[in-house]
Design a protein around this ligand. Structure first.
Ligand code: PLP
Length: 395
């Protein structure tokens, strides 16, 4: 059957694809170390599950307003006030079916055909694909691992000419870096020079920063940008609630209303029970959140040290999120176990086929010298997986 041309240039999510390939191998009885998954390995905290059960028992199982229940809108606004001192009204909040869905709504609500969206690389795989689906044109802004993937202000200024939306993601997937408030402020000074620019700030890893770092929401650092910034966030990473599919946006009322219109025709409300569970998560943030963060910090260091101990691999220590993004390019051009390592995709194939270790190639993140390894898995798994990688590459 003929598939619509708007899909001709759209790829399947590379991260989900590698995860399902790893799971298929596991189902055949192969012991696979999965560094591919972008989700915490911890269970959802008990207090959140209890709130979901209570909601079900109370009959909260019907449709809600398409843009979410007022209680959850109030909770996300209160969270943002508590953490960053930001003021948002309920009309400036929308609840979505995950953070991914909030972004899709916003691109659909704002982009005219041909509108340019500037995306610093490395970037989360879904940004460019969602932009294209909405008729826009993703524009890549390269950064360098040697600079800790920081955006060069002059390069940013040049790249912003004619751009409608700029996407900032810190703490970052896949780069594992996190901007300090001062670095965010320096970036905001450049964004400020473009009064028609809309800023998307994806803050879904806000609670996952390491080494005593502090994260601050963009409009808290740059209040002058608040009227043209849309915040993206969700319950998945902070509360280990990936499967519950709750995300949200805060931003100017007109944009939030337009996103609500899109949502009302596409999905209707996010799952009612999951919304009530997220009210509990936000209003009574469970102690597990900090415990998970502390464990991720230890694992991030273990993984970076282990990667740096492998010949020809260079890795920055993660500052946030739960990813290492090492440079393996010193191995490119080699042939290992009959496989020519032409780039990150070939390397990921080798590691999955011969070492039974799943990593995500950097190519779809806009950084082909790198691969992404998630440390959302136990310390033992990290040690085992890195040893397997070392052995295969040592041959
Ligand atoms: N933004 C970033 C940078 C992500 O890494 C993810 C998930 O991997 C999301 C948004 C969306 O998360 P979800 O749709 O699970 O809430």
């Amino acid at each position: 059957m003929r598939i619509a041309s708007r899909l001709a240039d759209i790829s399947e999510s590379a991260t989900l694809a590698i995860s399902s390939k790893a799971k298929a191998l596991q189902a055949q009885g192969v012991s696979v170390v999965n560094f591919g998954a972008g989700e915490p390995d911890f269970d959802t905290p008990a207090s959140i599950k209890a709130a979901a059960k209570a909601a079900m028992d109370a009959g909260k199982t019907k449709y809600t307003p398409a843009s979410g229940i007022p209680e959850l809108k109030a909770a996300v606004a209160a969270w943002s006030k508590r953490l960053y001192g930001l003021d948002y009204s309920a009309r400036q909040a929308i609840i979505t079916c995950g953070g991914k869905h909030a972004l899709a709504n916003a691109f659909l609500a704002l982009l005219e055909p041909g509108d340019k969206v500037l995306i610093p690389a490395p970037y989360w795989v879904s940004y460019p694909e969602q932009v294209k689906l909405a008729g826009g044109v993703p524009v890549n802004l390269p950064t360098r691992a040697a600079d800790g993937f920081r955006i060069d202000p002059d390069a940013l200024r040049k790249a912003l000419a004619g751009v409608r939306v700029f996407v900032l993601n810190t703490p970052n997937n896949p780069g594992g870096f996190a901007y300090t408030p001062e670095e965010t402020r320096a970036l905001a000074d450049v964004l400020d020079e473009f009064p028609d620019l809309i800023v998307f700030s994806d803050e879904i890893y806000e609670k996952l920063v390491f080494g005593g770092r502090v994260f601050k929401s963009l409009p808290a650092v740059a209040p002058e940008l608040k009227d043209r910034t849309i915040l993206f966030n969700g319950a998945a990473k902070t509360f280990s609630m990936t499967g519950w599919r709750i995300g949200w946006s805060l931003g100017p009322e007109s944009v939030i209303e337009a996103m609500g219109t899109v949502q009302s025709q596409m999905t209707s409300n996010p799952t009612t029970i999951a919304q009530w569970a997220t009210v509990e998560a936000l209003n009574n943030c469970p102690p597990e959140v900090e415990k998970m963060r502390a464990e991720f910090e230890i694992r991030g260091k273990l993984m970076a040290d282990g990667l740096n101990a492998i010949d020809g691999v260079r890795c920055l220590e993660a500052q946030g999120a739960f990813y290492c993004f090492p440079d393996f390019s010193a191995h490119f051009g080699r042939t290992v176990q009959g496989k020519k390592l032409t780039g990150s995709v070939a390397l990921a194939e080798l590691l999955l086929d011969k070492a039974h270790v799943a990593v995500v190639p950097g190519e779809p993140f806009g950084a082909d010298n790198h691969v992404r390894l998630s440390f959302a898995c136990s310390r033992d798994i990290i040690t085992t997986g890195l040893e397997r990688i070392r052995q295969v590459l040592a041959e």
